[in-house]
Design a binder for this molecule. Structure first.
Ligand SMILES: NC(=O)c1ccc[n+]([C@@H]2O[C@H](COP(=O)([O-])OP(=O)(O)OC[C@H]3O[C@@H](n4cnc5c(N)ncnc54)[C@H](O)[C@@H]3O)[C@@H](O)[C@H]2O)c1
Length: 375
């Protein structure tokens, strides 16, 4: 037998994060292990104030278990805010599976993970995230009733990027209304950084609305696919060049951290609205944007179309019903800009306050007591 001393340092780190840090306040964190399949997972339920916790499963080769727990805590907290402002009767949750999906993802492991989701009895509803796909959710769903993001063949809603792009477009229309007095991008120059699943649908909405579009992507084929369909779209070499290109709107649709000290200083656009998660590289960027007169549409508000889609799946997926809900991102984004203006705060802060208000109202209404899906 090897060393069996308890790893008190690591456990202390987790407990510190869970119960004592500013990130604290999570309702429940479940550490899961299935030795037969090699599954190690963390399921974090941040809040069920508005209903069952909903959020995807990230499958990622974390450097340590502590890092995985930290990520699950952060991501689940973010989902509480996103779901609250999306108008969903769902709290925030998230799961992470530790390991390289290319090396350890097996049917056996996904089934074991699904059994842990089942053990929560509907307090947590899962879906896809980085490293998991609709086909994986089809497998996870075989061992529980609380899995969304499945393939259409299995009764699921499939790829969520269509409604995510639609929601981002609604947020952008709200920003145009606030900045220029009309809810349209007609005649505006919009730069889209990252034309993958969401970005390329967003480009279609923009062209249909009469915008001039400039794109960039690290994958040449993604750029070529768009130019082939829309020869008037222009492309630049990278995101650094794009932010410096004369633009009305900048739409980060690739990775997080797009808005940092350098990009904000270089930005020519006066509206930022895109699909990427965690666009603000560090606290304070939201204020720098506001100080420069740039209207920032909070990422988690405008990119909620995907979670709206998977939440709809729980009731038997209806695309038009989900689309109608995603269309409300327009009103929510407008309300955030109004609140930001009234309170003299950046929109990102206004969004957090509105989400916290909705969660507090949910708690007062006693939704927590009914917080299990499908019961
Ligand atoms: N798919 C959804 O429903 C959804 C929902 C909410 C949020 N998001 C977020 O939106 C973003 C895009 O998601 P997606 O599903 O379209 O992913 P994707 O992987 O299909 O597309 C991302 C694109 O960005 C490109 N890219 C990567 N690094 C780049 C860089 N440095 N410069 C320019 N291009 C770069 C990639 O080549 C790819 O084409 C992600 O941040 C994701 O977390 C997606």
């Amino acid at each position: 037998m090897t060393d069996v001393r308890p790893t008190t340092e690591a456990a202390g780190g987790v407990l510190q994060t869970l119960f004592r840090s500013e990130q604290g306040g999570h309702e429940q964190v479940v550490l899961c292990q299935d030795r037969a399949s090699g599954l190690k997972a963390v399921i974090a339920v941040h809040s069920t104030a508005l209903g069952p916790a909903l959020g995807g499963t990230r499958f990622y080769p974390y450097a340590s278990e502590d890092e995985a727990v930290q990520d699950a805590l952060n991501l689940s907290r973010g989902m509480s805010y996103k779901n609250a402002l999306a108008g969903l009767d769902h709290g925030g949750g998230k799961a992470v599976i530790i390991g390289d999906p290319d090396l350890i993802k097996t049917e056996q492991l996904l089934l074991a993970y699904g059994r842990f989701v089942a053990s929560l009895g509907g307090r947590y509803v899962t879906a896809c995230d980085v490293g998991t796909y609709v086909q994986d959710m089809d497998v996870v769903a075989r061992t529980n009733r609380w899995t969304t993001g499945r393939s259409p063949e299995q009764g699921g809603a499939g790829d969520s990027s269509v409604l995510t792009a639609f929601g981002v477009f609604q947020g952008m229309r709200a920003a145009a209304q606030t900045q220029w007095g009309a809810p349209t991008l007609r005649g505006r120059r919009v730069g889209v950084a990252g034309v993958g699943k969401v970005g390329h649908h967003l480009v279609e909405h923009l062209i249909e609305d009469g915008a001039e579009v400039v794109i960039t992507d690290v994958r040449a084929e993604a750029v070529e696919r768009i130019i082939a369909r829309h020869p008037k779209v222009t492309a630049v070499t990278d995101a650094d060049v794009l932010v410096r290109t004369p633009l009305d709107v900048y739409a980060p649709c690739a990775l997080g951290g797009a808005l940092n000290d350098d990009s904000v200083a270089a930005l020519t656009a006066t509206v930022v609205c895109g699909a990427a998660n965690n666009q603000l590289a560090h606290p304070g960027v939201e204020k720098d944007l506001a100080d420069r007169g740039v209207l920032y549409a909070p990422d988690y508000v405008v990119n909620a179309g995907g979670v709206i889609q998977v939440a709809d799946e729980l009731h038997g997926f209806d695309f038009e019903r989900a689309k109608a809900k995603a269309a409300k991102i327009f009103d929510t984004t407008l309300a955030i800009f109004d609140r930001a203006k009234a309170d003299g705060i950046p929109p990102a802060v206004a969004a957090d306050r509105l989400a916290e208000q909705r969660m507090a109202e949910g708690k007062a209404e006693g939704k927590t007591a009914r917080a299990t899906a499908g019961q």
